[in-house]
Each structure stands twice: as C-alpha cells, then as structure tokens.
Ligand binder design. Structure first.
Ligand code: AMP
Ligand code: MG
Length: 418
C-alpha cells in the first residue's frame, strides 16, 4: 500500500504535457498559453482624453477660479473614434469626448463640470467661447499613448492560464487566435454486470450507472474533453473491446472492478493490455484503485482505475485524475484549493489511512467552520452532494475532536473553465 503522495508522484511521472493548438481566443478559457504574447501596438494608440470636457493648454488655466474664470475661444470639437482637426493654441480650447485623441498643442483636459458650459447653454450664450473655472495641471485627464501597453512589450507569458481579463487583453491587441496547450480527451469506462444505462428501465438487481456521469462532469470541470465508452461487462472480452475504443484518447479512466472481492477482471485485462504499476493507496474512501500505462504497440496511454463505489470514485478522482488532467493541460499549480477550518463534529479515523471526510464549510465572523455531512458510507453519493469540501484527516490522527483545526480541500473553488 502506498501513500497518497507516492501514488500521485507515480501517476504524474507518467503524464506528459500535451501539444499546443491554435484557436479562437474565446474557446481558450482556462487553457494555458503556449506562446509569449507581445504587443505590436501601443495601447492606448494615441494620447487621449479621460473625460468629457475641453482640451486646453494647462498654462492657460493658471490661477483661474469660479470668481475669476478664464475665457477661451472654442475652435472645434472631437469625438471618440475620429481624429482632431486643428490645434489648440494659446487662448483656445477644443471640445473633446472621453477616448478622443488629444489635439496637438493641448496638454490637459478640463472636465465640463469645471467650465461654465451648462450655465452658457441655459442662458443661450455664445458657445464659441468657454469659461474655465478651475486650474488644471499639465497632463490632467490625459491618458498617455502606450501607458497601458507599450508597443513591443511582453504582455502575457507562455504558461499563463487564460482567464477573462487575459482573453480581453489579447483581444485589445487585435489577435483573434492564440496558441494554447490542447485539452486532453479522457475516455471513461464504467464496469460491472450490475450496471444499467440511464436511459433504460431498471431490471431487478441492477443499478443505474452514475459514475460515468460524475466522472465525465469532473473531466469537463477541470478542462478535459470526456469521451464516454459506456458500460463494460465483467468479462475479459467485453472490457478488451471497450478499452480498445478508448485507446485513441489521452487517458483512460475506468470505474469498478479493482477491489479484491471483485472478479478482478479489470486487473486481468490491464495485465494483458498494459501494466499495473500501482494498486492500493492508503486512503479512505478509495483504497482500491489502479494505475498503469495501457495500449497497443508503441502507443500507450495512462490508465487510472477508480473504485466502483460512487464516493470513492469521486474522492480518488479529485486526488489523482484532477492533477493528471491539469498537468496534461500544462498547468503548474496542481494542488486542490484548501483552507483551514474549525471542526464542529468529532471524526474517528480507526484504520490508519488518510481519511477524506465530506464536510460542509461555512464562514462565520471571518472563520471557517466544518460539519460532517451525515452518513459517510462510500456508496452514499448524497454525502458528496451536501459537501462543499473534503476534510483531510492524516493517517496518524485517530480522532478529531470538535474544535480541532483541520485542512479542508474545497470542492468547487475557482475551477470552472467554460
Ligand atoms: P466494484 O469496485 O466494481 O466492486 O464496485 C463497487 C460498488 O460500486 C458496486 O457494488 C456498485 O454498487 C458500485 N458501482 C460500481 N460501478 C458503478 C457505477 N458505474 N455507477 C454507480 N455505482 C457503481
Ligand atoms: Mg464491479
């Protein structure tokens, strides 16, 4: 029996980062950049106004106030998206909108509210002149060319995970496509003579195949593409045939058939089509699991055999399949987001394995508190439904008492990739 860390290390040592693909930026959310992004333009491309107002020479506003305004002649106007005609000379101003390029000669913008424009309009006075009511220093309300991104600069580094702000910044550079590490295709095979497809009536003695759907949803949540192989029966032939269908993918995940009490068919087939390098992990739920490389000829893919019990399957997926998928996608942070919480229930951990207790975490007065979600049997999938975290109880801890601090892996924190 190996520790969770040893098992993870073994698995990750067999996982390779996948190749890049170039595709539309909006399809790259949550993927890892496979190229450095440099800017070929300045952003903003020109000096421009940060306010609606009047472009002026700051010198012309020196010493002005509401009591002694300076009257400037208005020689034109410029809207966002057009280029200014004419220059701002001493004693003059050009009416300007937010985002419009700053006219030559101007070095500051006086916002409308610091002029007498409203009063002039109300009293039908001449708008070919404007009264400046407040002094502005040079550069006031001006956004400088290249102040956000300078032409030639490195904007995003290879290895960056693309999130909305980063997709936006790539768009601002005028790039419709980008190179990212491709998403892994993960084949999913449920095994067991007791399983029935979810669109069929349920015969006596059978159960619906839920693991395929939990696993497929998890694969998608972490950025992979799920290929559903359906149900393999507990016979070597059936499994071999199904596994064959999955060999063109990047990883195969099976559920069931790896525990001692089972017919051990998954193990038999694995031994035939590949090798099992790892069998049992010192964890609960999830002790029976298998890992190895599987395939034909020179093409071999990693195979992770999860336990059949729905909770064990999910917990094992979180510990091993998730980091494997993230690694294939080129991600470097593989750790599950975790917090420290105060337990509000006692937990008993008798058999010296690492226990992943399903808990509900709530924040009160700035502290996290965790409660066990009720019955913890590895077949009770609703214990996962109620949970938003997995409390990690070390192998050596026999008992956690209410009030003790525990580490909790948070289940749905910041991992959505769509
Ligand atoms: P096994 O690891 O094959 O011995 O499976 C253990 C138990 O997990 C079985 O008795 C089933 O109750 C359950 N199980 C196995 N596969 C699935 C599945 N695909 N969906 C739901 N439950 C399953
Ligand atoms: Mg089975």
């Amino acid at each position: 029996m190996v520790s969770v860390e040893e098992a993870l290390q073994k698995i990750l040592s067999c996982i390779e980062v996948l190749e890049p693909e170039t595709k539309p930026i909006l399809d790259c959310s949550g993927q890892v950049l496979a190229e450095d992004i440099r800017s070929t333009i300045d952003i903003p491309p020109l000096d421009n106004s940060a306010m609606d107002g009047y472009a002026v020479k700051a010198d012309d506003t020196h010493g002005v106030s509401e009591a002694s305004p300076k009257i400037l002649s208005v020689t034109g106007k410029v809207a966002a998206g057009s280029m200014p005609r004419g220059k701002v000379k001493r004693g003059s101003a050009i009416r300007i909108m937010t985002g419009a390029p700053l006219p030559q000669g101007a070095d500051a913008v006086v916002p409308f509210e610091d002029t007498d424009e409203v009063a002039r309009k109300a009293s039908h006075r001449d708008l070919s002149q404007i009264g400046i009511l407040r002094e502005v220093p040079e550069g006031m309300n001006v956004r400088r060319k290249g102040e956000d991104i300078a032409k030639g600069s490195l904007v995003l580094k290879k290895g960056t995970v693309l999130r909305p702000s980063k997709i936006g910044v790539i768009a601002s550079l005028g790039r419709p496509t980008v190179a990212v590490i491709r998403r892994p295709i993960v084949s999913i095979l449920a095994t067991g003579d007791e399983l029935t497809d979810i669109d069929q009536p349920l015969p006596a003695g059978k159960i619906y195949n839920s693991n395929t759907y939990t696993i497929a949803a998890e694969v998608r949540q972490y950025g992979g593409i799920a290929k559903i192989l359906g149900i393999g029966r507990d016979s070597v032939r059936s499994l071999e045939q199904k596994i064959d269908e999955g060999l063109d993918s990047d990883m195969l995940i099976t559920s069931g058939g790896v525990s001692k009490g089972d017919y051990d068919v998954v193990k038999d087939v694995l031994a035939k089509c590949g090798e099992i390098t790892l069998q049992t992990v010192c964890m609960k739920p999830g002790k029976p699991s298998a890992f190895g490389m599987i395939g034909k000829g020179s093409r071999k893919i990693p195979h992770l055999g999860l336990p059949g019990n729905p909770v064990s399957s999910m917990v094992t997926f979180e510990q091993f399949a998730r980091p494997a998928i993230l690694k294939m996608m080129g991600k470097s942070n593989l750790a599950k987001p975790s917090i420290r919480a105060i337990m509000e229930d006692d937990i008993v951990n008798t058999d010296m394995r690492r226990l992943f207790a399903r808990v509900t975490v709530a924040k009160r007065n700035g502290k996290y508190y965790a409660r066990v979600t009720g019955p913890q049997g590895s077949g009770i999938l609703t214990s996962m439904v109620k949970a938003n975290g997995l409390a990690v109880i070390p192998e050596s801890t026999k008992r956690v008492k209410s009030g003790d601090i525990v580490e909790v892996q948070m289940l749905d924190w910041g991992e959505e990739v769509y």
